[in-house]
Ligand binder design. Structure first.
Ligand SMILES: NC(=O)c1ccc[n+]([C@@H]2O[C@H](COP(=O)([O-])OP(=O)(O)OC[C@H]3O[C@@H](n4cnc5c(N)ncnc54)[C@H](OP(=O)(O)O)[C@@H]3O)[C@@H](O)[C@H]2O)c1
Length: 244
């Protein structure tokens, strides 16, 4: 029997990148999947490519009314959730001295406020013994040039995993956090090509397969294993994994 058979999983930001690949993995392991994203066209395309057992709900995680509408839809159509992968996130660059209020608000609103309320508003629907997985980044723990605001949001996400583990202990809901290195997704490519700080890019690129701090797994290729890791953190057999 597939490990996620019969489980209902929410993946915010499931239309592209890590979220989309995770939706594919969850479906292949027998789960029903709910995906979200702000762009309706991307959502429609993702639903089509993923096939059956997928529900798509358009919305912005930083908009609390959108989250209420998401959970009302899940309540009506699925009844409950077993897994929440709070993945939706954005990044952009600005060195200290050039950080604007808009840059700060946009990244914190989505990556911190949006993620917090994604999880908090999911709690009434999430079954006891369920799993929450948060998407942070290696930059939470390193000093990558011009990436301070994004890195601070990911440090907050790592901290949430630890405190929420204790908050949710009584319900046996496990909270884990993943910290990917560079993953060449649609989002990553857009962040780096649109940035006015692209002159800094050569300093960030992995110089070789052994450039461990940019890429802890020492190659860009193993990013395909993140969905496998996220799936492994989800079902009951991994019930001793929490706050990782
Ligand atoms: N790629 C990397 O190198 C890397 C490394 C470490 C961590 N991460 C983290 O991994 C997560 C996914 O990133 P990715 O690289 O897979 O990027 P991606 O390809 O751009 O995917 C991001 C997904 O999130 C959605 N999204 C963005 N903002 C949203 C919002 N406010 N509300 C709802 N959905 C939203 C996007 O759809 P819409 O734009 O249509 O909303 C898309 O579905 C992010 O949290 C990112 O910080 C990425």
């Amino acid at each position: 029997m597939s490990k996620l058979n019969g489980k209902i999983a929410l993946i915010t930001g499931g239309t592209t990148g890590i979220g989309f690949a995770t939706a594919q993995r969850f479906l292949s392991e027998g789960a029903e999947v709910v995906i979200t994203g702000r762009r309706q066209a991307e959502l429609d395309s993702a639903i089509k490519r993923l096939g059956s057992n997928v529900l798509g709900v358009q919305g912005d995680v930083s908009n609390l009314a959108d989250l209420d509408r998401l959970y009302a839809t899940i309540q009506k159509q699925k009844g409950h959730l077993d897994i929440v992968f709070a993945n939706a996130g954005v990044g952009s660059f600005a060195p200290l001295g050039a950080i604007t209020e808009e840059h700060f608000d946009q990244i914190f609103n989505i990556n911190v406020k949006g993620l917090l309320f994604t999880v908090q508003k999911a709690l009434p629907l999430l079954k006891d013994g369920g799993a929450i997985i948060l998407n942070a980044s290696i930059v939470a723990s390193i000093g990558m040039e011009a990436f301070s605001v994004y890195s601070a949001t990911k440090a907050a996400v790592r901290s949430f995993a630890r405190t929420w583990t204790t908050d949710l202990k009584a319900r046996k809901i496990r909270v884990n956090v993943i910290s990917p290195g560079t993953v060449p997704t649609e989002g990553y490519r857009a962040w780096v090509t649109k940035s006015k700080w692209t002159n800094l890019l050569p300093r960030w690129r992995p110089k070789s397969r052994s450039d461990g701090w940019v890429c802890p797994m020492k190659s860009l290729k193993p990013w395909f294993s993140w969905p496998q890791m996220i799936a492994a953190l989800s079902p009951a057999p991994s019930s001793w994994w929490t706050a990782e």
